[in-house]
Design a protein around this ligand. Structure first.
Ligand code: HEC
Length: 122
């Protein structure tokens, strides 16, 4: 019994450690490549849309404070989950930018994982 408890405890510790290693606060490659294709047209410093780049600039992500990131991760999760980003109007003219189900899943997993890691570190 004690041994099982110990093994369980070690496993949980290992998982927590594992998550910490995975998240350096930077956006993982796999996520970045999706954001580049589907979001960078509007959410970077060079974007023409002032409203979009002010609300969220992925090039400045690393400089954001954890609380700000957590807020944005929640919004990304919600908007991508509900197919509201990229905006429908944009997709009319750029249909190839529509996220596939698996791309969506990568974004949703990242936002969920990253915000729980950040919250632990608060
Ligand atoms: C065609 C331009 C365009 C593209 C492409 C686009 N967005 Fe946006 N986004 C906007 C605009 C404009 C706003 C601000 C107005 C609004 O909230 O609708 C916005 C707002 C947001 C917000 C809300 C930020 C806040 O603080 O309220 C999030 C989160 C977001 N976008 C995520 C994304 C993600 C993730 C992608 C790619 C999957 C994406 N957007 C692609 C134009 C775009």
């Amino acid at each position: 019994m004690i041994l099982i408890g110990l093994a369980g405890g070690l496993f949980i510790l290992f998982q927590a450690f594992n998550l910490k290693i995975k998240s350096q606060g930077e956006i993982p490659e796999e996520v970045t490549s999706i954001l580049k294709s589907a979001c960078y047209d509007c959410h970077t410093t060079e974007a023409r849309n002032v409203e979009a780049r002010t609300a969220l600039n992925f090039e400045k992500w690393d400089d954001l404070r954890a609380t700000k990131k957590i807020g944005l991760l929640g919004k990304i999760n919600e908007l991508v989950g509900e197919d509201k980003m990229p905006p429908a109007k944009y997709l009319q003219y750029n249909p190839e930018k529509k996220l596939t189900e698996s791309q969506k899943q990568v974004i949703l997993d990242w936002t969920t994982e990253e915000s729980s890691v950040l919250m632990e570190g608060e």
